[in-house]
Ligand binder design. Structure first.
Ligand code: MLT
Length: 265
């Protein structure tokens, strides 16, 4: 479905019926990256809301310069959908950065958190400069610049070439203005590490065992800092665990959504 909010027109996949759960995609992806997991959550009795962030996928809107705009958009979207209270937020990578910002702004709208292949830290100066330089290149040359740079770092060794090619094509198709805007917004994001202890909702941290972008040591920082956090490491998955191992990621989420008490592993 399409939802008009102030300054943007957001595309949203809605799957299943039941208690709602919000899945926020990463960079430079779209709701499509969550669909295999979303279908399983829907089969498990959830109403799964998977928006395209503004400018990505089928959503329209001026590019963001800070991640707070994505948060404002998502809260407006939930209001339009009459999801007025708190619900579980599941954020993948940049979607995790968005979830941290949502927690800072409106913790009352977050019932629980699942942080998937993401990190709390801000960019160091070299990474920030690199992102800003890449944004300039994307402005000039298009999103293929990002697709080519990210592709070698996204997958586990066992992930088949056909899946790698499909992901490369999807990244190349992302709208350059949205990609450049998100790069600048990520470069400007604050360090969430010092405030992890303030996250008072139960949290599941999921990471691909072979994630080279936000590796398991980043996940351990999250679990160490958030008071009620549990870790699930997904085998044969790199950064794109939700696409590489959707059944394992969905099972972990279903168990988490059904049962607040998980074994530490
Ligand atoms: C993502 O998957 O969202 C990105 O890798 C996040 C990042 O570049 O920091």
């Amino acid at each position: 479905m399409e939802v008009a909010i102030e300054g943007a027109r957001l595309h949203l996949a809605v799957l299943g019926e039941g208690p709602p759960v919000l899945l926020v995609h990463g960079f430079p992806f779209s709701s499509a990256m969550w669909e295999p997991v979303g279908r399983r959550l829907a089969e498990g009795g959830h109403k799964v809301l998977i928006p395209d962030l503004r400018g990505f996928g089928k959503s329209k809107g001026a590019p963001v310069s800070d991640l707070g705009t994505f948060v404002t958009d998502l809260l407006s979207l939930l209001d339009v959908l009459w999801v007025n209270g708190a619900l579980p937020w599941v954020g993948f990578s940049m979607g995790g950065y968005v979830a941290f910002e949502a927690w800072r702004r409106r913790p009352d709208r977050i019932e629980s958190l699942a942080l998937v292949d993401t990190r709390a830290g801000a960019d160091d100066p070299a990474a920030r400069d690199g992102r800003l330089a890449t944004a300039l290149r994307v402005d000039r040359e298009g999103s293929g610049v990002v697709a080519d740079a990210m592709l070698p770092k996204l997958f586990a060794a066992a992930t088949p070439p056909s899946q790698r090619q499909a992901v490369h094509a999807a990244m190349t198709d992302a709208a350059p203005a949205a990609v450049a805007g998100a790069l600048r917004a990520m470069a400007a994001r604050p360090d969430s590490t010092p405030t992890l202890h303030k996250i008072s909702v139960r949290t599941l941290v999921i990471v691909g065992a072979e994630d080279a972008i936000t590796p398991p040591r980043d996940a351990e920082v999250l679990v160490g800092g958030i008071p009620d956090a549990r870790l699930r490491v997904v085998r044969d998955a790199g950064h794109l665990a939700p696409l590489e191992q959707p059944a394992a990621v969905a099972d972990a989420l279903l168990e988490f959504l059904a049962n607040p008490v998980l074994r530490r592993r």
